[in-house]
Design a protein around this ligand. Structure first.
Ligand SMILES: [Zn+2]
Length: 454
C-alpha cells in the first residue's frame, strides 16, 4: 500500500459579488424586516451575508454565543470537559465498539501499517468493503435499489459562496443530499440554513474532516456527536466518512449514534483538481464515463450514487455543466434518502421529501420550513432555544452552561451586529493538517490525499 501525505489546498473565492442588488435591497428593507418575512428569508439572508462579507467569516449571534459548547472549529473533535451528556452517551455506546486499534494518523498517513489481507475490519480504504464483518451492523449504503436512478450528493459544504449553485438547483426544481462538515456549518450557518430551506437532505460529514480510522474511538464519537442541530434544527440519521475512511470500529460508533454510513459508487474526483493531482479533463472524463454507462444500460437493474463536492467554483461549475445531461440520461435524479424510500430522514419529525414514488411523481411532502422559524412542525420555540442544542439521539448538551443559556429568536447576521474581527480568535484561526490559516475572508480546507495501491 502506497500512501501519499496530505496536501492542504486553498479554496478560492468564488461567485462573490453576484448579489449586490439583493444585498442593497436587504439594507434598504432592513435585515430585521427580512427576517420577519418567514420561509423565504434564509435565501435572502444568506445572499446578503455573502455579498456583505465577500465570503469572509461573519459574526452570527446564535452560533457565536454557543461556541463554548462545541469543539474548536476545524480542530479534531474531543468530548468537551464536563459534558456529562456526551460522556453518558459515549458510555452507552463504547461496550459495543470492537477492539480494533486506530489505523495510521488522522491526516491519512498509513505508512508502516500492518494490515491483514483478510480485511478483518471491513476497511473501505483498503478493499472498498461495505458489508461489515461485525454482527449487528447494517451494510453501508453504496448502491441504491431503484434502476435508472442517480442519487445526487455533494460533500464538504456548506460553502460560503454556494448561493449561485443553490439558486441553480432551485431553478431546476432539484433536491440533493448535502454532507455537511460541522466546522463549515458553524462558520457558514446562514448558508447551512438555506440548504434546509431549499429542501435539500442534510447528512453528517464529521466535525473536522479527518480520517476517522486514524482517531481514537472516543474522538470518533466526538467527531460525530457534536452535530449541526444548533444551526439547522435537524439531527441527521446518515453520515459519510471523509475519504470513505471507515472500518467496523468506526461504523459501530456511528451506528450507536443512529447514523447510517453512506458511501458512493461513482467518484467525480472533482475535489482533487485544485491540488494538481487530477486534471480538469479527467473530471470531465469521469462524468462522461458515468453518462456512457447509463446510456449503455449499466443502471437497468440498480441505481448509482454520485460523489461530487460543493468545495469550490470548479466543483460546483462541473455539477452545473453536467446537470442537464445527467437528468436526461438518468430517468431519475434524486436525493439519497429518497432513493432509499426513507421518509423519516431526521431524528425530529420533520417533513421529508417523500418516498421515491412520491418524489419522482411530484407528490412529495412539503419542503421543510426555514430553520429560523421552526414553524412547520407545530413547534413554537425558536430553533435556538436551549432544547435545540442537542446531539444525536436528542441528548441535551449541558456542557459549558448551554442548557441554561437562552438564545432568543432568529438574530440578524453579523452584518449589522459586530465586525467579524471581534469574533473569538479560536474560531478565526484553523489548524488543518498542520497548517494554520485564518481570518482572510476565505480560507483553507484541508483534504489529505490517499493513493492506495492495494
Ligand atoms: Zn469530504
Amino acid at each position: 500500500m502506497r500512501i501519499s501525505p496530505p496536501n492542504p489546498f486553498l479554496v478560492p473565492p468564488t461567485w462573490n459579488c453576484m448579489y449586490h442588488s439583493i444585498y442593497t435591497l436587504s439594507l434598504l428593507l432592513g435585515l430585521n424586516t427580512l427576517l420577519a418575512t418567514g420561509n423565504a428569508s434564509a435565501q435572502l439572508i444568506a445572499r446578503a451575508a455573502e455579498s456583505n462579507s465577500g465570503c469572509k467569516p461573519y459574526y452570527y449571534g446564535p452560533v457565536n454565543t454557543q461556541l463554548s459548547s462545541f469543539p474548536t472549529i476545524w480542530e479534531p473533535a474531543t468530548i468537551l470537559h464536563g459534558d456529562t451528556n456526551a460522556e453518558s452517551k459515549w458510555d452507552s455506546i463504547k461496550a459495543n465498539v470492537p477492539k480494533i486499534p486506530p489505523k495510521g494518523t488522522p491526516n491519512g498517513d498509513f505508512s508502516g501499517l500492518n494490515y491483514s489481507d483478510a480485511d478483518d475490519d471491513c476497511w473501505w480504504t483498503y478493499s472498498k468493503c461495505v458489508d461489515p464483518r461485525l454482527e449487528g451492523l447494517p451494510s453501508d449504503v453504496a448502491d441504491i435499489p431503484e434502476p435508472h436512478t442517480l442519487a445526487y450528493s455533494f460533500d464538504d459544504g456548506p460553502n460560503c459562496s454556494h448561493n449561485a449553485f443553490y439558486d441553480y438547483l432551485v431553478a431546476q426544481g432539484q433536491k440533493a443530499t448535502m454532507f455537511y462538515v460541522g466546522s463549515n456549518v458553524m462558520d457558514w450557518p446562514l448558508e447551512a440554513q438555506r440548504a434546509v430551506t431549499d429542501g435539500h437532505e442534510i447528512c453528517v460529514h464529521t466535525w473536522s474532516h479527518r480520517y476517522m480510522t486514524g482517531l481514537s474511538s472516543r474522538d470518533v464519537f466526538a467527531e460525530l456527536y457534536y452535530t449541526i442541530k444548533l444551526v439547522t434544527d435537524i439531527t441527521p440519521t446518515c453520515w459519510r466518512p471523509p475519504f470513505g475512511d471507515v472500518d467496523d470500529r468506526v461504523r459501530a460508533i456511528a451506528n450507536g449514534l443512529g447514523l447510517r454510513t453512506v458511501l458512493w459508487k461513482y467518484d467525480s474526483n472533482d475535489w482533487r483538481v485544485d491540488d494538481g493531482d487530477v486534471s480538469r479533463s479527467a473530471v470531465d472524463a469521469n462524468y462522461e464515463r458515468l453518462l456512457n454507462e447509463s446510456a449503455n444500460g449499466s443502471f437497468d437493474t440498480v441505481g448509482a450514487i454520485l460523489l461530487a463536492h460543493e468545495l469550490n467554483n470548479f466543483t460546483m461549475s462541473e455539477a452545473v455543466k453536467y446537470y442537464e445531461r445527467l437528468r436526461s440520461t438518468f430517468k431519475n435524479l434524486v436525493p439519497i434518502q429518497v432513493a432509499l424510500n426513507n421518509t423519516h430522514p431526521y431524528v425530529e419529525d420533520r417533513p421529508s421529501l417523500g418516498d421515491f414514488h412520491d418524489y419522482t411523481t411530484g407528490r412529495s411532502a412539503s419542503v421543510p420550513s426555514d430553520p429560523g422559524t421552526g414553524s412547520d412542525s407545530g413547534e413554537s420555540t425558536s430553533p435556538y432555544s436551549p432544547s435545540s442544542v442537542l446531539g444525536p439521539g436528542s441528548e441535551p448538551q449541558s456542557a459549558s452552561g448551554s442548557q441554561s443559556t437562552v438564545v432568543s429568536g432568529f438574530l440578524p447576521p453579523s452584518v449589522t451586529d459586530q465586525p467579524a474581527g471581534q469574533m473569538p480568535s479560536s474560531s478565526r484561526a484553523r489548524r488543518i493538517g498542520g497548517v494554520v490559516v485564518g481570518g482572510i475572508g476565505w480560507w483553507a480546507m484541508a483534504i489529505g490525499i490517499l493513493n492506495a495501491v492495494v
